[in-house]
Design a protein around this ligand. Structure first.
Ligand SMILES: [Fe+2]
Length: 372
């Protein structure tokens, strides 16, 4: 499915055209409070008066959204006879909106996650307010069921329309900006080394790696061009993982977020640098049918996109960025917590990771991550 990207200079008139073309009568707006700082908020608030379009705001979801929140969103969609969805926010808002789009035509008497998904025609416009998740360009939505992460994987959840507007990044905190940039880098690097990578996915991933690295400073200074390029990099990295999915760094990071509250991208990069080092010492366990020499070259190429001569230099560079940005390792409180982390990763689901990992490897890598 081809997505339509709105022009960020003329998005207001384009949005109005889209709403008219789709004969929209009632919009479900899935958003967090960050929308209150955006000009777009006024435009949407005015829609009942300007175009006689009803707006229902759905904000009843949390970071790391629960399945129950998506069900509440489906109720809001149905009770208000909605016929269009706009999602404004970070990955949580976008993922909830993607699930509402999928679930609202399904049987409400059975758990949506246990049903076959039948694509529907409801249109979704995604407006990411962080440069990180790339959720606006992936078929994946992450929700939590009884505290456990679950991925909804459905191509038809891909938003029909996307607005990448650099102004939305101005209101983020420094920590959010740093952590979401790390998420972008992890998506791009993991996609590049994924066993499922292809010429096309590597092209996207390579562009995202170099763009993110080269524009880190301008983005963190909140310069408009820096923000624009980082939003693009996050989106392109999202397109890359739409082909390949993420790998072990993402699998290992989710529990760090739920146990210690470290932001997703922060946790993912803590894992990625240690996993990369570990793989360099275990190239004999290469899991990619293209072979260990291919994998070595792949690592070299990633380093080169980062402006480095070797994998070791690239890892040092990422670790230096983490130190400079004050993105520290959380402190483990008990062995019980340590084993919760290890048990949170299903090694059977790491088939696209380029080096074979068993539970014993996870233990060694978590030891490195937490400096034990
Ligand atoms: Fe991520």
């Amino acid at each position: 499915m081809k997505q339509h990207f709105l022009d960020d200079q003329n998005y207001e008139s384009e949005l109005i055209t889209i709403l008219k073309e789709n004969n929209v009568k009632s919009i479900l707006l899935v958003c967090g409070h960050s929308i209150e700082q955006l000009d777009l908020n006024q435009l949407l608030s005015d829609l009942p008066a300007t175009l006689d379009i009803k707006i229902t705001r759905f904000m009843d979801f949390e970071p790391n959204p629960r399945y129950e929140s998506t069900v509440a969103g489906v109720h809001a969609f149905q009770e208000n006879d909605c016929d269009f969805i706009i999602a404004v926010g970070g990955g949580s808002a976008l993922d909830v909106a993607k699930c509402i789009k999928l679930f609202h035509t399904m049987d409400a008497t059975t758990n949506y996650l246990e049903q076959e998904i039948i694509p529907n025609d409801t249109k979704l416009l995604a407006i990411p307010t962080t440069a990180g998740t790339g959720s606006e360009s992936t078929k994946y939505s992450i929700i939590y069921v009884n505290g456990e992460k679950q991925t909804v994987n459905e191509q038809s959840s891909l938003p029909d329309y996307v607005l990448l507007h650099p102004v939305v990044l101005n209101s983020l905190s420094d920590y959010q900006k740093k952590a979401t940039m790390m998420d972008t880098l992890c998506h791009a690097i993991e996609s590049y080394w994924s066993v499922k990578s292809s010429v096309v996915s590597k092209k996207y991933a390579g562009i995202a790696i170099s763009s993110a690295i080269q524009n880190a400073e301008a983005y963190l200074l909140n310069l408009e061009d820096g923000n624009r390029v980082m939003l693009d990099a996050a989106n392109i990295a999202g397109q890359a993982i739409n082909y390949t999915q993420t790998t072990a760094a993402h699998a290992m990071c989710y529990k760090i977020t739920t146990l210690y509250g470290a932001s997703h991208g922060h946790a993912a990069m803590l894992c990625l640098t240690k996993i990369w080092s570990y793989m360099l010492n275990h190239m004999d366990l290469c899991n990619d049918p293209r072979g260990s020499e291919y994998l070595f070259t792949t690592f070299q190429e990633i380093a080169s996109f980062m402006g480095c001569d070797s994998s070791e230099q690239a890892i040092d560079k990422l670790e230096q960025m983490m130190e400079d940005y004050d993105l520290k390792n959380p402190q483990i409180q008990s062995m019980d917590e340590f084993y919760k982390l290890v048990k949170s990763v299903n090694v059977d689901r790491l088939q696209n990771h380029p080096v074979k990992l068993e539970e014993v490897d996870l233990i060694r890598i978590y030891n490195k991550i937490f400096g034990l």
